[in-house]
Design a protein around this ligand. Structure first.
Ligand code: AMO
Length: 430
């Protein structure tokens, strides 16, 4: 007999079904019990009358059930299953459960939930986050593939940092000192020049950030995009805007239940405002008396500015544009119309930066010159600089932090809640 998933019960012709899953909840009465069965797709009420089975039943054990579907308006979901046969396939030592799986609240700290991740994820509310995340990745892949982008997989053990600064993990690689990739930046650019023209990657990125905050991880998933033959950074913002628009419409369909569970109603995305960083800083100062660091906006400023944009433009998103060259990595294209500025941007979503992007320098000589200006030796990055010698087209791209966009979409308040198995300064297990 073929197994039926709980969410499909309403679609099948036969009344007899084989279900598999975990015992979520048990409600005992005098001659029978309701046991709620949970599988990856949902929860259904079982009616069990066999006393022998009832005696053995325990919360969170895994079972296979053969039973008959019965319409019952009083049961959750309008349908229940009268169990004929219940086979216990995985025993549960219930007393060892660290927190509640079936209660309204988990009643455990985030740290404890993460310590027991394989258990806390049994809660449908916790696992729903990763259904949304899975659909974000799927939509990303579908959108970019359908726009002529090729998916690539680049190495994560690399010879040098890509983003400047000192946030790199070192790896002993035989006799050499190597690093974990902070981003696929150099490789995605090289693949544009290699003839792929448009590429994307869904891969891990590593940052040796020395701070443990609600929005930083030491390992995260980066949704990277790079596109050749662009006019300027506006092409890139148009592209990302198109993706966000597509993503929201897609999630309304694929994650209806999960969005409802988190009380999220996704707006229709129209034009995302594009505001120069210096203008945003001015507004922060004038409207909120908030001073910003030179060439940037801090976390508090991002949150305040988002509030302002929401009130003024009705948008949860805002592109901040024209960052100064001194604050951007060496590969960033200077803005020829604005002395000292670059053709780069950040995308802020509900008060948090979820993307950095921009046009890159594509001329071989200009790139070498800029590297020297930044105090780098182009010869140290020979493999990268070499690829600019033969007709590298104007290009640029961006990267979206997967955990950050998931977290903000669901209004979670810690990035770890949107990370399957987080790595931070204090955590390398489970
Ligand atoms: P950047 O360093 O800004 O840019 O990273 C891009 C996006 O990645 C996410 N992110 C993080 N998420 C969680 N924890 C972290 N420690 C962390 N660091 C970054 C954020 C951020 O916006 N190469 C460029 C992108 C490009 O220009 O194409 C880059 O990596 O969402």
């Amino acid at each position: 007999m073929k197994r039926t998933f709980i969410s499909n019960i309403g679609d099948i012709d036969s009344k007899e079904v084989l279900l598999k899953g975990w015992i979520h909840k048990i409600k005992k009465f005098k001659d029978f019990a309701f046991a709620f069965l949970r599988d990856k797709s949902g929860v259904i009420q079982l009616v069990i009358e066999d006393g022998e089975i009832l005696d053995k039943l325990n919360l969170e054990m895994s079972v296979e059930v053969i039973g008959e579907t019965v319409q019952n308006v009083k049961s959750p979901g309008g349908m229940e299953v009268k169990a004929k046969e219940v086979r216990i396939v995985g025993k549960s030592y219930y007393d060892l459960l660290p927190f509640s799986i079936n209660g309204k609240d988990i009643n455990a700290s985030l740290e404890k939930q993460l310590d027991y991740r394989a258990i806390s994820l049994r809660r449908p509310d916790r696992r729903a986050v990763f259904k949304v995340q899975e659909e974000i990745v799927e939509a990303f892949r579908t959108y970019f593939r359908s726009n002529h982008f090729s998916e690539i997989h680049t190495p994560k053990i690399i010879a040098s940092g890509t983003e400047g600064g000192s946030e790199v993990f070192t790896v002993n690689y035989f006799e050499k000192r190597t690093f974990l990739a902070q981003s696929p930046q150099f490789y995605k650019q090289m693949m544009v020049g290699a003839g792929f023209e448009r590429v994307f990657e869904i891969g891990h990125a590593y940052r040796a950030e020395l701070h443990n905050t609600w929005r930083h991880l030491n390992e995260y998933v980066s949704l990277d995009v790079e596109m050749g033959f662009i006019k300027d950074e506006d092409d890139l913002m148009d592209l990302e805007e198109g993706f966000i628009k597509y993503l929201f419409e897609d999630l309304k369909d694929t994650c209806k239940n999960e969005l409802k569970r988190y009380k999220i109603s996704l707006p229709r995305i129209d034009k995302i405002p594009r505001i120069a960083l210096s203008d945003a800083q001015k507004i922060l100062l004038e409207e909120f008396d908030k001073k910003s660091p030179i060439g940037n906006i801090d976390a508090e400023g991002e949150a305040l500015f988002s509030k302002y944009v929401k009130e003024r433009y009705g948008s949860d998103f805002v592109f901040l544009t024209k960052y100064p060259a001194s604050k951007r990595p060496v590969y960033t294209m200077p803005d020829d119309k604005l002395e000292g500025m670059t053709r780069s941007f950040d995308l802020i979503y509900k008060g948090l930066e979820i993307t950095t992007g921009g046009q890159r320098i594509h001329d071989y000589e200009e790139l070498k010159e800029n590297m020297i200006k930044f105090g780098n030796n182009p010869e140290d990055l020979d493999f990268y600089v070499e690829s600019f010698k033969y007709g590298m087209p104007p290009h640029g791209g961006f990267a979206i932090g997967l955990e950050r966009i998931t977290m903000k979409l669901l209004d979670l308040d810690n990035i770890r809640m949107a990370t399957l198995l987080p790595r931070d300064m204090n955590r390398v297990t489970p």
